[in-house]
Design a protein around this ligand. Structure first.
Ligand SMILES: [Zn+2]
Length: 328
């Protein structure tokens, strides 16, 4: 179990007690954030026969749900529950036929459980006609029907779909927070690489990619890899108020690329293989650079202009020193 999901599960139990669980939900988050785990827990719970209004209020802790013993739980476990559909991405996109299956499913009433639950994985991969078909279903929710959409990036859904769903963003912990989880908890998440979980910052994904950003990224990567362009980078940072966020964002994206979470970062003159090999050799250094940028960002808010310029130069020098350090 991913320990940071406990708060989401606790919240869902509260909503169930108040009978105010939304009919349509979007669970968003990067790979590894726990979307599937949370959706599985919630859909199994919604179908579990122990979930009825008489005793839901007696539930003290989300760990009591689902019961894992009733007929519903057994069928769910065997992937044969008649009141549950799970839509997966099996080809390049989720087509309209798969979504029509969902609408037909909701036209019938539940067979065994009280609720009907549909989970749509990789919902951002719906074709336009599939998305429009889903929209119709979302517009006419039936009682006891629940749709859970799983997405990496909710911005790729139609705004009309987003507006009809409750959006729940899953943010795995990063850095020291993550490490503290791993110390406490010796389960399978301990085997996960802390670097993988750096990419949760939604503000780093939402921003429009524009040419200025692309140029900046390239300049920064050349600074890191080729150890030149320090002057260009310094003036680029001073000219653009977004650039400090871009430093952080680019560093995170490089770590994501290293962890193969991001397919590639295009830099002229570097093949994907060459860049990947470089990143793999310098993973620890990148982490140090990331920490420097974080610290600089924190300090920056409290500095006056003059100190600000000095500390920017210091940041660049410190990054340079790290990237040029010789491994033992
Ligand atoms: Zn059960």
């Amino acid at each position: 179990m991913k320990p940071w999901l406990a708060q989401n599960k606790t919240h869902f139990v509260e909503l169930l007690k108040q009978q105010s669980l939304p009919h349509a939900m979007i669970l968003s988050g990067v790979n590894g954030a726990g979307k599937k785990e949370l959706a599985t827990w919630l859909s199994n719970t919604l179908l579990c026969q122990s979930l009825n209004t008489e005793n839901i209020n007696n539930i003290q802790n989300f760990q009591e749900l689902p019961c894992k013993q009733c007929k519903s739980c057994n069928l769910y476990h065997q992937h044969t529950h008649p009141d549950h559909i799970n839509i997966e991405l099996t080809t390049a996109s989720i087509g309209v036929d798969q979504i029509r299956k969902v609408s037909r499913f909701f036209e019938k009433t539940a067979q065994l459980a009280t609720n009907q639950v549909v989970v749509i994985e990789s919902a951002e991969s719906m074709t336009e006609s599939a998305a429009n078909a889903l929209l119709k279903t979302l517009e006419e929710p039936t009682n006891n029907s629940f749709i859970i959409l799983l997405v990496n990036d909710e911005q790729r859904l139609l705004p009309t779909i987003i507006s009809r769903c409750r959006h729940i963003q899953l943010k795995p912990p990063t850095g020291n927070d993550l490490l503290s989880y791993l110390d406490k908890d010796n389960d399978e998440s301990a085997n996960q690489d802390p670097f993988l979980n750096l990419s949760h910052l939604s503000e780093l994904n939402d921003e429009h990619i524009n040419q200025q950003y692309i140029n900046f990224t390239e300049c920064f990567i050349r600074f890191l890899i080729e150890k030149n362009q320090r002057m260009q980078l310094s003036s680029a940072i001073q000219q653009n108020e977004n650039s400090i966020n871009w430093l952080e964002r680019t560093t995170i994206n490089l770590m994501r690329a290293e962890a193969k979470w991001l397919r590639s970062i295009k830099v002229d003159g570097f093949s994907d293989d060459k860049l990947l090999a470089y990143l793999q050799q310098n993973k620890e250094k990148l982490w140090q650079v990331y920490l420097l940028i974080k610290r600089y960002n924190k300090q920056r808010l409290t500095l006056v202009q003059l100190n600000n310029e000095y500390s920017l130069e210091k940041l660049l020098v410190d990054m340079w020193v790290i990237m040029n350090a010789v491994e033992d």
